[in-house]
Design a protein around this ligand. Structure first.
Ligand code: KIV
Length: 266
């Protein structure tokens, strides 16, 4: 099947909604590829969803490379985007470039960059053939500066600043922008203001596409239920029930049964 490409995503502006979802391993990537979603994001949500950190700030480029490579081994169809982790864009343009190259070498087709710092780096990456996805609104790598996980862009002045930031990113060459936790009206205004697709998470229905963290939509962590997440399955309940049944059958000598054992006379 044909691979989804950056130009294909650009052309989806004002056309079909773009569907993006995170993944962190090869098995999940294989399943997501089969479902027909457009983009797999190996997000730095890796830190909270998989590595057990309280936020995304401890995720390193080595962590990202490891998981981008795993996802790339499992996917043949989706566009793969790798997140530049904290420390990539905050330190120097050289670090941003090195980290972007490492993610592309690991198998990503594009990198995601939070905020509008180091615009020069975004331009450089784009000019050198590395597609960049932007990320505005709630940018979790700036959580200490933002003062917590809060909806951004509520006031008219915040909305105007986000529209300016989106224009800035568009002119720097990003091919799409994630809008995280902004009111519907702000997301709609940004979406109308730029000619590249916007992909929302907690940004309402007026954007050009949606992204969710796979663990959230599958309810892997029942205590994490932000308002913008819809749980389409209860995988944590399914795992608990399956593993309890397995443990019970092992302890009561019902597993393995003849159907799941080898015999030397067959
Ligand atoms: O890291 C991530 O998964 C993300 C999405 C929430 C957009 O940045």
């Amino acid at each position: 099947m044909k691979r989804v490409t950056v130009p294909m995503i650009r052309r989806q502006k004002n056309q079909n909604k773009i569907v993006m979802i995170t993944a962190y391993d090869a098995e999940m990537a294989r399943i997501l590829d089969d479902t027909g979603v457009d983009i797999i994001l190996v997000g730095d949500s890796l830190g909270t969803a998989v590595l057990g950190y309280p936020d995304t700030l401890k995720v390193t480029i080595d962590d990202m490379v490891h998981h981008v490579a795993a996802v790339a081994r499992g996917s043949t169809r989706c566009l793969l985007v790798g997140d530049l982790p904290f420390g990539s864009t905050q330190i120097s343009g050289a670090v941003a470039r090195q980290h972007a190259v490492a993610l592309i070498r690991a198998g990503a087709h594009a990198v995601k960059f939070e905020g509008t710092g180091r615009l020069e780096s975004i331009r450089e990456l784009v000019e050198n053939g590395i597609p960049v996805m932007g990320h505005l609104g709630l940018t979790p790598q700036s959580i200490h500066a933002l003062g917590g996980y809060r909806v951004q862009g509520r006031s008219a002045s915040e909305r105007d600043s986000l529209i300016d930031a989106a224009h800035t990113l568009e002119h720097a060459g990003v091919f799409a922008i994630v809008l995280e936790c902004v009111p519907d009206q702000t997301a709609e205004a940004i979406t109308r203001a730029v000619s590249i697709p916007t992909i929302g998470i907690g940004a309402g229905p007026s954007v050009d596409g949606q992204v969710l963290v796979v663990n959230d939509l599958l309810n892997m962590n029942p205590v994490f239920k932000p308002r913008f997440v819809k749980q389409y399955a209860d995988i944590s309940a399914a795992i608990r029930s399956a593993v309890s049944a397995y443990a019970d059958e092992v302890r009561t000598l019902r597993f393995p049964d003849p159907e799941h054992s080898y015999r030397d006379d067959e």
